[in-house]
Design a protein around this ligand. Structure first.
Ligand SMILES: [Zn+2]
Length: 226
């Protein structure tokens, strides 16, 4: 069974997309469940759907597989990951441990180029009205903040957790209006920019508490409904 939406619902592309744009569109389709958790695809079908060449699609699938959003296995068609409850709990826990440390490090060395990129992401979040894009952009804020910390292995580790959190939010329908509010991100960024470490850690901690509460609540409701 072909479980993803018909090409007509997805194609709105005139011409060739950049690799980043194609990645964004495929990831957003997953986050909006136009490509469902657990569904399989081929490079050709994705290429047709998104108006892209096979080689371009392959690059995006590889990138998404590094983020564990797409599962690639030899002799199997690529598959969209499906989060499980325990995996979600562990991901959130690991994310908290890593991200609190990263924001402390970021406060020690806020760099103008990173700060500019973070402000630009918030600006895009402010004007975003598409759920999948909002979810992806909010993840990008956290990843860009992690990059500023100057610890590549730890930032890489967070890079394996943030997309999975976004996938879990989409899959368990845990998205509410202020799940990752741009104003909250603005507050965190202001604190980092002013090097107010205690404030930045406190705001990020509250933000992650909110996210965790929302997701765990959605998981509980799902269990009750089952
Ligand atoms: Zn956030």
């Amino acid at each position: 069974m072909n479980s993803f939406a018909s090409p007509q619902t997805l194609v709105d592309l005139p011409f060739s997309l950049s690799a980043d744009d194609l990645y964004s569109r495929v990831f957003e389709a997953i986050l909006e469940q136009r490509l469902h958790p657990g569904s399989r695809m081929t490079e050709d079908s994705l290429g047709q759907t998104f108006g892209a060449r096979r080689s371009e699609v392959r690059g995006v699938l590889t990138r998404l597989s590094h983020q564990q959003i797409i599962i690639l296995r030899p002799n199997h068609r690529p598959r969209v990951a499906a989060m499980e409850a325990e995996q979600t709990r562990q991901t959130l826990h690991a994310r908290r441990l890593a991200e609190i440390t990263l924001v402390r490090l970021a406060c020690q060395q806020p760099q103008p180029d990173h700060l500019a990129r973070l402000h630009a992401i918030i600006e895009r979040e402010r004007h975003c009205s598409t759920p999948g894009r909002a979810l992806r952009l909010s993840g990008e804020f956290h990843l860009e903040l992690a990059d500023m910390a100057g610890n590549a292995p730890l930032a890489h580790f967070l890079g394996s957790l943030v997309p999975l959190t976004s996938l879990a939010i989409a899959q368990f329908d845990a998205q509410d209006e202020d799940y990752c509010d741009w104003q909250v991100h603005q507050g965190i960024l202001d604190a980092v920019e002013q090097q107010e470490m205690a404030m930045a850690v406190s705001m990020l901690g509250q933000h992650l508490n909110h996210l965790e509460g929302m997701l765990l609540n959605a998981l509980r409701q799902q269990r009750v409904a089952m």
